[in-house]
Design a protein around this ligand. Structure first.
Ligand SMILES: Cc1cc2nc3c(=O)[nH]c(=O)nc-3n(C[C@H](O)[C@H](O)[C@H](O)COP(=O)(O)O)c2cc1C
Length: 218
């Protein structure tokens, strides 16, 4: 095997298939419905972590920023995630709620791209999501400072320990910084890869309160 990165990368296959069929003559009226149909196929096909998605935000200097998060819920055409309002993304969303979500399920050759605005669902929704987290995850979230510079492992360990004790004393304690956000979709693209590169792309666009569908060139 070559040590040249370009040759090494060229030797890797992508979109080799076979992929599931997709009947684009009978598409649901709404993208949220098609998303759930595709999610069920991904789960039935044993796609690993199909609920992990890339969320892209825009920072205070207008630069893109992106990271992976877990999808928590889908209601109509809104896609939910949870995170700390103290984090970089939390700060960015306060200034600019525009986001993009991206899913890729390699075993199915499927990509889904969502554009919309993120909305903080309020104190009770954040607390409710927080209470559903495992005790260990709650303790780490309670330490706060997500995305800030960490001085040492010891500081982190003692902070987690202190929060675990706090949760033991008060099992209902919640972190007010833990927020549930809904991304209200305005544009959603479903992309079915093809090994001959004749990819099938359907874009839903919200226009005047109604979802319009367009086929896009591969
Ligand atoms: C598979 C996976 C799932 C993740 N899920 C979450 C999540 O649900 N919420 C969260 O705040 N961070 C999650 N993270 C961590 C984020 O990618 C990120 O490191 C963190 O939220 C800080 O991002 P920020 O500095 O851009 O705010 C996850 C990371 C991975 C790889």
């Amino acid at each position: 095997m070559s040590n040249e990165p370009s040759e090494l990368l060229r030797s890797l296959r992508s979109l080799s298939g076979p992929f599931p069929s997709w009947d684009i003559e009978h598409l649901p009226d709404r993208p949220g419905k098609l998303f759930l149909d595709w999610l069920r196929v991904a789960i039935d096909s044993d796609v690993k972590e199909p609920h992990a998605m890339t969320i892209s935000t825009v920072d205070q200097d207008g630069r893109p920023d992106a990271r992976i998060l877990i999808l928590k819920n889908v209601v109509d055409d809104s896609f939910y995630f949870a995170s700390s309002s103290e984090s970089q993304k939390g700060q960015q969303l306060k200034d600019n709620p525009h986001v993009a979500l991206t899913f890729y399920w390699p075993a199915l050759g499927r990509q889904i791209r969502i554009k919309g605005t993120a909305e903080d669902m309020g104190d009770e929704a954040g607390a409710d999501d927080f209470r559903k987290r495992l005790a260990g995850a709650r303790a780490v979230a309670m330490t706060g400072h997500q995305s800030q510079k960490l001085e040492s492992e010891e500081v982190l360990e003692s902070s987690i320990e202190a929060q675990k004790e706090r949760i033991q004393r008060d099992p209902d304690v919640v972190s007010p910084q833990w927020r549930l956000y809904a991304v209200n979709a305005k544009e959603v693209e479903f992309w079915q890869g093809d090994s001959e590169r004749k990819h099938v792309r359907i874009q839903y666009v919200l226009q005047g309160g109604l979802w319009k569908q367009y086929r896009l060139w591969p």
